[in-house]
Design a protein around this ligand. Structure first.
Ligand code: AMP
Length: 427
């Protein structure tokens, strides 16, 4: 099925083409028509299924059509409430990508950082707001956000809101919304409290469900390498030289990290290329076609850059760094073993990544088998080391070592998991 079958407008089709999306995922094919009809929606789907586009695309289309008939300052017409800052950022980036040609404006707000830049953007007037609950309530109570013109409300990852202790904040946000609105409700699971919330929020919803993302992980042969951060490049080289890897997508967390891996591989005479947001469209296309044609067998990518690239016959995925969002792990490894082929995924886990590993293993419901026989085994303790120690390596000069590392990542884990009322108190 093509996106054109979903009656999407040209400005959106153009962006989807630029993203490299060829056809809608099942959740998109099912949800988009209902949302365009103005119906409430109950979606059982996780990150990694394409659910962000399943709501972002039709929302952009509805708002674009409304905008043609409106004059005056922009008011918030859509609110997307999501539990973590990284999800909030990803959703906002999706609106930016799919809505590039719509002229609609969007903003993202989350706790743990100064509110001033966020307030400045809100003051200019926006159509779409992506928010985590604590910061949203904070800015509402300070009078910076008014939701009385809201037309569409999206509650994303409702069950995770419950797990993270945000459910009361979510309920408080709901009291601030106009009664007449379209509501889209997404949750991977439906525990009783979430079902109750859905019953209250939704009016005769259309229901769509897709296979949980974690089940895709079962088909893939996964292994874990416990390795010190400094040894990861050497381990990568070792695997490239000693395993039957015909084509591999290597994931790093940052653009800087991707470039570093490629430089190291070049020095070791392994043809590779990086694709990430700092590369021109041309450079990315070149890298991709060289990879697809087999000229290079290693492509190094960040999660964002890897979006929308569809590569068949990938023999391996290597997680050079573990992702902080567990669903991202499943999505990454799902890029190998497509179309019935068996896939292989290697993951490198440093001492500072044990928390991320725990979350991933919880999501996929099993422990990833550890490979003990390799030349760079880590003798680091299993417990995570404190953040201050983690960021220093002998090669780093003070103040120079973290360039290119995402600040988002540094705060994420601790702050997003504490109740948002505490985040407000830390400002
Ligand atoms: P999500 O479940 O929304 O986090 O999306 C998972 C990933 O799939 C993201 O990296 C998206 O960019 C990508 N994606 C979403 N829809 C499509 C599509 N129709 N074709 C290809 N990639 C997609």
């Amino acid at each position: 099925m093509a996106f054109t079958k979903l009656h999407l407008i040209d400005p959106i089709l153009k962006s989807l083409e630029a993203e490299g999306y060829q056809s809608p995922t099942p959740i998109q094919a099912q949800s988009i028509p209902y949302v365009l009809e103005g119906r409430d929606l109950l979606g059982c789907a996780q990150t990694g299924t394409g659910k962000t586009a399943a709501f972002a695309i039709p929302i952009l289309q509805l708002l674009y059509k409304q905008k043609q008939e409106e004059r005056g300052p922009r008011k918030i017409k859509t609110l997307i409430l999501t539990p973590t800052r990284e999800l909030a950022i990803q959703i906002d980036e999706s609106f930016a990508a799919y809505g590039k040609h719509t002229g609609l404006s969007h903003a993202v707000i989350f706790g743990g950082v100064s509110q001033l830049p966020q307030v400045n953007i809100l003051r200019k007037g926006i159509d779409i707001l992506v928010a985590t609950p604590g910061r949203l309530l904070d800015l509402i109570s300070q009078g910076y956000i008014d939701l009385k013109d809201l037309k569409i409300f999206v509650l994303d990852e409702a069950d995770r809101m419950l797990d993270m202790g945000f459910i009361h904040d979510v309920k408080r946000v709901i009291t601030k919304l106009p009664a007449k609105r379209q509501t889209l409700f997404f949750s991977a699971t439906m525990p009783p409290e979430i079902q109750k919330l859905a019953d209250v929020l939704l009016t005769r919803p259309a229901k769509v469900e897709v296979t949980p993302v974690s089940s895709t992980a079962e088909a893939i042969d996964q292994s874990l390498y416990l390795v010190e951060k400094k040894d990861k490049p050497s381990l990568l080289l070792h695997l490239l030289n000693n395993s039957p890897i015909s084509s591999v997508l290597v994931f790093t967390r940052t653009k800087h990290g991707a470039d570093k891996v490629v430089k190291f591989l070049h020095r070791s005479h392994i043809a590779s290329a990086a694709i990430h947001g700092n590369k021109s469209q041309n450079a990315r296309q070149n890298a991709l076609s060289n990879f697809k044609s087999g000229k290079i067998r290693v492509l190094v990518a960040t999660d964002i850059a890897a979006r929308g690239i569809d590569i068949d016959d990938l023999s391996h995925v290597i997680n050079f760094e573990l992702p902080d969002v567990p669903e991202t792990y499943v999505h990454r490894i799902g890029r190998t073993g497509r179309a019935g082929n068996s896939g292989i995924a290697f993951s490198f886990c440093g001492a500072d990544e044990r928390d991320a590993l725990k979350d991933i293993q919880k999501l996929i419901g099993k422990n990833i088998p550890v490979v003990n026989e390799h030349p760079f085994p880590s003798d680091a303790p299993a417990a995570p080391v404190p953040a201050m120690v983690r960021q220093k390596t002998p090669q780093q000069k003070p103040g120079a070592g973290n360039r290119g590392k995402s600040n988002h990542f540094k705060f994420r884990r601790k702050k997003d998991k504490i109740p948002s009322s505490h985040i407000a108190a830390h400002k």
